[in-house]
Write a protein that binds this ligand. Structure first.
Ligand code: ZN
Length: 339
């Protein structure tokens, strides 16, 4: 990109140009192309190249609206650099409104960076990766909770990598869950290939949730400001923040099959020993209580209120006492100073 153009096979997007294209990554049983929508916005001034992607799990919709809005509705406002906007990565899954690729239920998000001679999923991943991920300097990949559950907005990032940590903090979320991306995930492959990338998780599948979409758009503006792509002010401090390590989170699981009543919502603070929810039999004659093992925040909760033994009810992350105090100040309407 020495001359400032963004190039891909069969095309180039010049500085100051925005292009919407449908890029073929596979073929259907009828031999028709499977085409992924891509918008490339090349600013008229030089700067980093950033990808924004969504719906790599085909039923996780909130991110689609974030990426589409950035691609189409944002003012040009002195864009320095290039945005590669991929609102629907898993086109077959999106059409079927399901998480995985319909053929053999393959997870596109375990197929990266892909292979030109591998499975159908590998080949799709390879085309996406080589054309639109590998050329980027940073990336944001948007997800929601799996069907039947919901999440508060949080970022997942490998905080051991300073470039990834800078990106994660720039998004301005309260919660960052630390860890490398799973093998084969877009995030993991991009980070390994030299494109620092984080995952943004928010809300539930099969929905547009306006509050989350707006908060994520603020996060995108903050990230772009951090790298001087966009003349907004980055969110330096969201009032409180927790970076969750591996041993500071747990899934609270049902020990009995039954019907669930949760007594708290996503984003709620619970104290050690609090009853988070109950599992009852059909007659309500037997009740199993689920209690919080430590003080923390319910990052994810069940939406579909039925469980087998072992099914997760909620995802709890630990908060220390100063963070709890800051959380409570934000809840009561004041913005704490950065410590
Ligand atoms: Zn997902």
């Amino acid at each position: 990109m020495a001359d400032g153009a963004f190039t891909y096979t069969d095309g180039r997007v010049e500085p100051g140009e925005t292009r919407n294209l449908r890029y073929a990554i596979s073929e259907t049983y009828l031999g028709d192309p499977v085409r992924v929508p891509v918008t490339i916005r090349n600013g008229d001034r030089p700067g980093p190249t950033v990808f924004l992607s969504a719906a790599i799990h085909g039923d996780e919709l909130n991110g689609i609206e974030v990426v589409r809005t950035v691609a189409q509705d944002w003012p040009d406002a002195n864009l320095h650099g290039t945005l590669v906007c991929l609102p629907v990565l898993n086109v077959p899954g999106f059409i079927a409104q399901q998480r995985y690729l319909p053929v053999y239920d393959r997870d596109l998000n375990r197929s990266f960076p892909g292979s030109r001679s591998g499975t159908s999923a590998d080949r799709m991943a390879a085309r996406l990766y080589d054309e639109f991920i590998e050329p980027c300097d940073y990336g944001l990949d948007f997800h929601t909770s799996t069907r039947g559950r919901t999440n508060m907005l949080h970022v997942r990032a490998d905080m051991d990598d300073p470039d990834v940590a800078r990106l994660a903090r720039a998004f301005g979320s309260n919660v960052i869950i630390d860890g490398a991306g799973p093998s084969g995930s877009l995030r993991g492959a991009a980070c390994e290939g030299g494109t620092p990338t984080v995952t943004v998780e928010m809300g539930q599948a099969h929905r547009f949730e306006r509050g989350f979409i707006d908060r994520a758009l603020d996060g995108v503006a903050s990230v772009l400001a951090e790298y001087d792509c966009h003349p907004a002010e980055p969110v330096r401090w969201p009032g409180w923040r927790t970076v969750v390590e591996r041993d500071q989170k747990t899934w609270l699981r049902a020990d009995a099959g039954g019907i669930v009543e949760l007594l708290h919502d996503r984003g709620d603070l619970v104290r050690a020993g609090d009853v988070v929810g109950t599992v009852t039999n059909p007659f309500k004659t037997e009740t199993v209580r689920i209690t919080a093992p430590f003080d923390g925040l319910l990052v994810g909760v069940l939406e579909n209120p039925v469980v087998y033994p072992g099914n997760p009810l909620c995802h709890l992350v630990e908060l220390d006492e100063p963070t709890i105090r800051a959380y409570e100040r934000v809840q009561s309407g004041t913005m704490p100073e950065r410590p």
